[in-house]
Design a protein around this ligand. Structure first.
Ligand code: G1P
Length: 295
């Protein structure tokens, strides 16, 4: 039996302009907006590391260098904190091992598919993960760890999915689900088709792609000649759809909670939900929230 190649690399497309969060994102990458006291990107990187992934590939762009700074060692800050007797534990997850963070630039915003293709030389000939940091996935184990576990069982290509109210479907990539695989508690479904941002009356289901993928390296060759799709952009979903039939594709239904932090309402929801759960501030936040709601 040949062993499956482990998933060691994750591509994080972080070149987006973040126009939905202007003016907050004029000078600050949207990926650094905090949910309580951790930037969005940190949640996604921690989730990848929990899944055993140690090579973080940022597909970045102009004005986004602060993301890389976030994962560097900040000598002045650390020295000052040490002098003042403060613990550095709060910075632990931000101190990358040298060489573990790699960046490539997406010079023009041609779409998610194009962003992923920009990382082709670094991904090489290995299966790899993709994580969209806008989607905040909260679970134990985390979403990517659940996907890696499924990958170890079935291999091939995996997409995380979740069900949303049908009227939300036109904002996402949507799967056409096939048979449910036996033995995974209903969590693994065959994918028969994929469509990016379908009109409501053409949606094959209400199961949307929720921003986590494990893909075989062949997707890079498919992206190479991918034509523009929804929104005039080169879509990852379209490239994956073309691979169905030549490669196994399965959907993993994430057991956990998901917040769409690409929208303002989702961002506020995530902030409130995670603040309420915090040991240090949860009780205070609850009191304040209840007071505000009483009006
Ligand atoms: C992207 C993907 C889409 C997916 C979504 C998840 O869309 O293209 O398939 O459902 O992320 O958030 P975007 O949000 O970049 O328009």
């Amino acid at each position: 039996m040949s062993a499956r190649k482990p998933i060691r690399k994750a591509v994080f497309p972080v070149a987006g302009l973040g126009t939905r969060f202007l003016p907050a994102t004029k000078a600050i990458p949207k990926e650094l907006l905090p949910i309580v006291d951790r930037p969005l990107i940190q949640y996604a990187v921690d989730e990848a590391r929990e899944a055993g992934i140690d090579q973080i590939i940022f597909v970045t762009g102009r004005g986004k260098t602060a993301i890389v700074e976030h994962f560097d060692i900040a000598y002045e800050l650390e020295n000052t904190m040490v002098e003042r007797g403060k613990s550095l534990a709060v910075l632990d997850a931000t101190r990358a091992v040298p060489g573990d963070i790699i960046t490539v630039r997406q010079q023009v915003p041609l779409g998610l598919g194009h962003a992923i293709w920009c990382a082709r030389a670094i991904v090489g000939d290995e299966p790899f993960a993709i994580m969209l940091p806008d989607e905040l996935m909260v679970g134990t184990p985390g979403c990517m760890a659940q996907m890696v576990e499924a990958y170890n069982q079935v291999g091939g290509n995996l997409i995380s999915v979740l069900e949303v109210p049908i009227e939300q479907v036109p904002s996402y990539g949507v799967i056409d689900p096939g048979a449910v695989l036996e033995g995974f508690g209903g969590a693994l479904t065959e994918v028969k088709g994929l469509v990016e941002k379908p009109p409501l009356d053409q949606a094959p289901s209400n199961k949307i792609i929720s921003g986590r993928y494990i893909l075989q390296p062949e997707v890079m060759r498919t992206l190479e000649n991918q034509e523009k799709g929804a929104g005039g952009e080169i879509q990852l979903t379209d490239a994956m759809a073309r691979m169905i039939g030549t490669q196994p594709f399965h959907a993993v239904t994430f057991a956990g909670r998901r917040f769409d932090c690409g929208s303002k309402v989702g961002f506020v929801e995530a902030t409130l939900a995670l603040a309420l759960e915090r040991e240090d501030i949860g009780a205070d936040v609850r009191r304040i929230a209840e007071r505000l709601l009483r009006g």
